[in-house]
Ligand binder design. Structure first.
Ligand code: PMP
Length: 309
């Protein structure tokens, strides 16, 4: 149907074009600048809204996902929320497998979009009971099931190469000196990193990594949700990352609360990790340099844990 004026045809068209916001109080002492890529304003509340449409398009094109089928995915929550939103628009069912450490707030949002959720205990990547392996099996068992494969599909990093990267480049006035992102699937840092390096190979691509994640090793449990892994996902291009910086749960959560209290930016724990690392990186750069920290999701996802008390 044609729509007059500025009416969007559906909610999925409201994804992306998020703001780059300068920090005013959480700043280094040397005159360098930090700006946050505020992904919370996506309609599903996270950066993962950007990949949902791309994953579905590619599954439809390959014939893996057919009309009335069921989208199945392993998710820390945000990809599920994004896919559940898209499933509602496009008439698919949705079933998600989520590790039990993820916040109850994200589970409630998945259900609010009409999705089914299986919460499973943490298990190493090569264990048959790992959430990704369970989701793959379920996709074969459920009639019309399709495993979306955010940890494998090229559509993931490509969505960030096509949207998040160019938005950062343009909104920074083409003067971003360094970008800080985390890696869960690695799609964000790979897509943004490839785009920015193509524009200017001197731009530093910094990976923030929870203490306990494999990129800064050794592997151990950690509380930050959505980033950090115990293996190297196919969707992460290690060559695009100049440096990894480890960040402890408490450093990330303390910064997450500072962003809310001092900047009015209600973002999640991984955003706290990115900004914590961005301050360190900015301190090592000349005055006037701009460091962009990707803030992947909304703090509303963590009202019951990070912001509780
Ligand atoms: N932070 C949060 C809160 C996330 O949900 C995700 C996605 N899992 C990430 C960071 C990391 O993004 P990516 O999967 O693109 O590496």
């Amino acid at each position: 149907m044609e729509h007059a004026g500025n009416i969007l045809p559906n909610v999925l068209q409201a994804v992306g074009h998020t703001p780059l916001i300068a920090l005013q109080r959480v700043i280094p002492g040397n005159g360098a600048q930090i700006a946050v890529k505020f992904e919370a304003v996506n309609p599903g509340g996270s950066i993962k809204d950007r990949i949902a449409g791309a994953l579905i398009d590619s599954a439809e094109r390959d014939g893996r996902l057919r009309a009335g089928g069921t989208i199945v995915e392993a998710t820390a929550g945000n990809t599920g929320i994004a896919l559940a939103m898209a499933a509602a628009v496009k008439g698919y069912q949705a079933l998600f497998v989520v590790p039990e450490k993820m916040s109850p707030d994200k589970i409630a949002i998945l259900k609010a979009f009409g999705a089914s959720v299986r919460i499973v205990p943490e298990a190493p990547r090569n264990d048959p009971d790992n959430y990704q392996n369970i989701a793959k099996r379920l996709a074969e068992e459920v009639p019309g099931g399709c495993y979306m494969g955010q940890f494998e599909q090229e559509a993931n990093a490509l969505a960030h190469f096509n949207t998040t990267g160019p938005e950062i480049w343009e909104a920074s006035g083409e003067r971003v000196a360094a970008v800080v992102a985390g890696a869960g699937t690695g799609g964000t840092i790979t897509g943004i990193g490839r785009y920015l390096k193509q524009k200017n190979p001197d731009i530093l691509v910094i990976g923030a990594d929870p203490v306990g994640s494999i990129f800064t090793g050794p592997v151990a449990p950690f509380k930050i949700e959505g980033m950090g892994e115990d293996y190297y996902p196919a969707t992460l291009d290690m060559d695009v990352v100049d440096r990894w910086v480890a960040v402890a749960d408490e450093e990330a959560f303390a910064m997450c609360r500072r962003l809310a209290h001092e900047e009015g930016i209600l973002a999640g724990g991984s955003s706290g990790a990115m900004v914590h690392v961005a301050v360190r990186v900015a301190e090592s750069l000349p005055a006037g340099s701009l460091v962009v920290a990707v803030a992947p999701d909304t703090g509303r996802n963590y009202l019951s844990n990070i912001f509780n008390g």
